[in-house]
Design a protein. Sequence first.
Length: 192
Amino acid sequence: MNPPVKPPRFPQLTMDQLDAAQKPLGEQIVKVSSIGIGGPYNSMLRSPVLGQRLFDLFHYLRWETSVPLRLNEFAILIIARQWRSQVEWYAHAPLAAKAGLAAEIIAELKAGARPSAMADDEAAVYDFVSELTSARKISDETYVKARRLFSDQQIVDLTAVAGNYIMVAMLLAMSETTVPPGKQPPFADDEG
């Protein structure tokens, strides 16, 4: 006998269900989102003022950031792997590959390993994001390596990308959001 199906914490909203405060944000989301108002947006719409502010931040950190797209997506994947965020990985691994991040780097990161064949800028991003999230600080050595490759703005933007996607992972974890129905989650339940 199968256990009863647990109802979702936040049932998936549809555009028709959005009220006057939610609808403008929903309309902005569907213009740019490959998952419509699913994923983190389903939670964000429940707090439309916060949701709008987050959406504006997401817009900058995805499409206007000073960090090159390949490295930006790599930073997002590092956070997705640390959090085992099924939706973040599902959404961003293809974007990282399309942006030029090598398949081997993506595979090794997904397996929980430090990728072995990274370019200098990729290694700097990996070390910077990993150190910041695990040690909660950046050593002088890691900062100097990053500073040789990145401008002040890029370092600030990279830090904001990491923090933002931790927040996204938290929203997804809190709401127990997973990949779309019929799609395979990237991480197995027993995968550390």
